[in-house]
Design a protein around this ligand. Structure first.
Ligand SMILES: Nc1ncnc2c1ncn2[C@@H]1O[C@H](COP(=O)(O)OP(=O)(O)OP(=O)(O)O)[C@@H](O)[C@H]1O
Length: 263
C-alpha cells in the first residue's frame, strides 16, 4: 500500500528545515501538581521535527499527563510548551492528534467515522477508502464501528486521526490491550505515518515496541525526565538507575531520589 493516502507530507517535508516547523517541540519547566502532589516536576524537553519518540517510565511517572500537557489538554501550573516556536493555540492543537488506549469512535459505520473527519477538515471523501486500506480495514467500511474488535477499533481510530493529516500524532498506550497481530498492525501504520513525515510521540510500557518503533526514548520517573537518548542506546544500556530498574522489571518506587537528566 503506497503512503500517498497521507498527502500532508509534501507540506511537512518542505517545512523540515525551518525553525517554525510545527513538529518541533520545545517544552520548558513544565510543573503540575494535582491533589496536593507534584506530578510533573520541572520537565524540559526539546524534540526535532522527525521521527518517533517513545515516552517510557513506571506507572504514575507522569507519562499520560505529560502527553496531555504537550497537546494542551491539561494546563500546567508553570512552564511553557511551544511547537514550531508557537505557544499552544487552538490552531496548533488542530494540527495534532491524540489517540487514547480506548478508541474514541462515533456510533456509526467505519466509513462514516472516517468521512466525519474528512468533511470536518474539508477533505475529499475519496480519501476514505485509502485510509481504511492503510489500516487494514478495506471492505469493512459498512460495518458499525461498535461491531469491530478492539484491535480493529483502534485501527479505525488511527484512520480517523490520519484523515485529519496531523503534523504531530501522540499515542497513549495505543496497543495496551491488543493481541500480538493487532499490535504489529498498529505499529506498521504508526511507522508508515512517521516515515511519511508526521512527528510521533508514543507512551508505551512495551520495550519491544519502543525498540521496533522509536528513534529516541524519553524516560520519566516521579514526574521528571531522568534520561533521554537514542532508543537503541537507552534500551540496551540505560544510564539512569530508574530506567535500568524499570527495563529489568524491578519496581521503581516513586520516592526514588531525583536524578540529573542524562542525554
Ligand atoms: N486527575 C487527577 N487527580 C489527581 N492525581 C492525578 C490525576 N491524574 C493523574 N494523577 C496522578 O498523577 C500521576 C501521574 O499520572 P499519569 O497518568 O500521567 O501516569 P503514567 O505515567 O501515565 O502512569 P501509567 O503508566 O500507570 O499509565 C499519578 O500519580 C496519578 O495518580
Amino acid at each position: 500500500m503506497p503512503d500517498d493516502v497521507l498527502p500532508a507530507h509534501a507540506r511537512l517535508q518542505a517545512a523540515a528545515a525551518r525553525a517554525d516547523d510545527p513538529r518541533r517541540l520545545n517544552a520548558r519547566g513544565i510543573a503540575l501538581s494535582l491533589a496536593g502532589r507534584r506530578v510533573l516536576d520541572g520537565i524540559d524537553l526539546t524534540l526535532g521535527p522527525r521521527g518517533v519518540t517513545a515516552i517510557m517510565g513506571p506507572n504514575g511517572a507522569g507519562k499520560s499527563l505529560l502527553l496531555r500537557v504537550l497537546h494542551g489538554l491539561v494546563t500546567p501550573d508553570a512552564g511553557e510548551v511551544r511547537w514550531g516556536g508557537q505557544p499552544l493555540s487552538l490552531a496548533v492543537r488542530r494540527r495534532q492528534a491524540l489517540v487514547f488506549q480506548t478508541p474514541v469512535l462515533l456510533r456509526r459505520s467505519a466509513a462514516a467515522n472516517v468521512d466525519f473527519v474528512l468533511r470536518a477538515r474539508g477533505r475529499d471523501l475519496s480519501a476514505r477508502d485509502g485510509l481504511l486500506r492503510l489500516v487494514g480495514l478495506d471492505g469493512r467500511g459498512a460495518t458499525p464501528a461498535r461491531r469491530l474488535s478492539g484491535g480493529e477499533q483502534q485501527r479505525l481510530a488511527l484512520a480517523r486521526v490520519l484523515a485529519a493529516e496531523p503534523d504531530v500524532l501522540m499515542l497513549d498506550e495505543p496497543t495496551a490491550s491488543l493481541d500480538p497481530a493487532s499490535v504489529l498492525a498498529i505499529e506498521d501504520v504508526v511507522a508508515r505515518t512517521a516515515r511519511a513525515g508526521t512527528r510521533v510521540l508514543i507512551v508505551t510500557h512495551d520495550a519491544g515496541q519502543a525498540r521496533r518503533l522509536a528513534d529516541d526514548v524519553v524516560f520519566l520517573n516521579a514526574g521528571r525526565v531522568v534520561e533521554t537518548g537514542p532508543a537503541d542506546r537507552v534500551l540496551r544500556s540505560p544510564g539512569s538507575d530508574a530506567a535500568r530498574a524499570y527495563l529489568s522489571g524491578r519496581l521503581v518506587l516513586p520516592e526514588t531520589p531525583s536524578e540529573t537528566p542524562r542525554s
